[in-house]
Ligand binder design. Structure first.
Ligand code: FMN
Length: 254
């Protein structure tokens, strides 16, 4: 078994690491950007595949990764895990359908509510205590699901026909343009001091530092990792100012 994930602000990383740890203590959980990720996937039959829901869709980087490596999924047994701030319709189903198309067997789908990660929007923002409680509830769900899986029962979140309709008509269609590809809309303000942290963190290697300023390219997957970490709060995407830097480790006090 192996866990693989895309995680912007740490939520999905935590969830995948936790579920993998409960199912198989010897198994590793690796980010999609790990240098040997394809080799690692090839070497494992069972995969726990996690990502954050974006507008009831899988991040473009996840869909792109699945398609780019279409030959590696045949006969893999995969549990799709989608973390979300509130509602994801068929978040887990979005990758599950693609993986099935390339020959994978879908073991199940799991949706886990976690703190919202959109740092530059006031929508869905909660206090640290409320986010801590959300994480406690998420951990309980993961523990209960791991027990069920131990008995051979996999969750079916987001992979049913009804959830497909809910995700499609509830959100995905309305945000079709926003999620159709990578975005070139990442904004870096004059507050940037060129420290390069964003460039070193970006899973897409979409940011570089030129003349002491970070410069974004056109391949942002909207994960919000740079926005959640920038010491100057100089990076934004959907909004125009950082409201709160959302990070899993802030809520657990690490
Ligand atoms: C661009 C973007 C779009 C999002 N869309 C949704 C959504 O449609 N539904 C939802 O419940 N959460 C949505 N979220 C929240 C994230 O899915 C959620 O906070 C997730 O746990 C973040 O995981 P991460 O820390 O691993 O990146 C969105 C976040 C981002 C950055």
């Amino acid at each position: 078994m192996i866990g693989i994930y895309l995680s912007g602000t740490g939520n999905t990383k935590h969830c995948v690491e936790k579920i993998v740890g409960l199912l198989d203590k010897t198994a590793a959980a690796l980010p999609l950007e790990a240098a040997d990720i394809v080799e690692q996937i090839k070497n494992n039959d069972t995969i726990i595949f996690g990502y954050p829901t974006q507008f009831s869709n899988a991040p473009y980087m996840v869909r792109d990764f699945i398609k780019e490596n279409r030959s590696i999924w045949k006969n893999k047994k995969i549990l799709c895990v989608a973390t979300m701030g509130a509602f994801s319709g068929d978040g887990a189903g979005c990758a599950a359908r693609l993986l099935k198309k390339y020959g994978a067997t879908i073991l199940g789908g799991l949706h886990i509510k976690m703190p919202d990660s959109v740092c530059d929007s006031k929508l869905l923002k909660k206090s640290i205590e409320q986010n801590r409680e959300i994480i406690i509830q998420a951990d309980k769900k993961i523990e209960s699901v791991a027990k069920q899986i131990g008995q051979g029962k996999y969750p079916k979140d987001g992979i049913t026909w009804i959830s497909h309709m809910a995700g499609l008509f509830g959100q995905r269609l309305w945000f079709y343009k926003t999620t159709a590809g990578y975005t070139d809309k990442l904004k870096i303000s004059t507050d940037c001091v060129g420290c390069g942290l964003c460039a070193s963190l970006c899973p897409m290697k979409n940011i570089s530092v030129k003349n002491d300023r970070a410069v974004a390219g056109g391949k942002c997957t909207m994960c919000y990792r740079c926005i959640s970490r920038c010491p100057q709060k100089a990076v934004t995407l959907l909004g125009d100012a950082v409201v709160e830097q959302c990070r899993y480790d802030r809520y657990i006090g690490a």
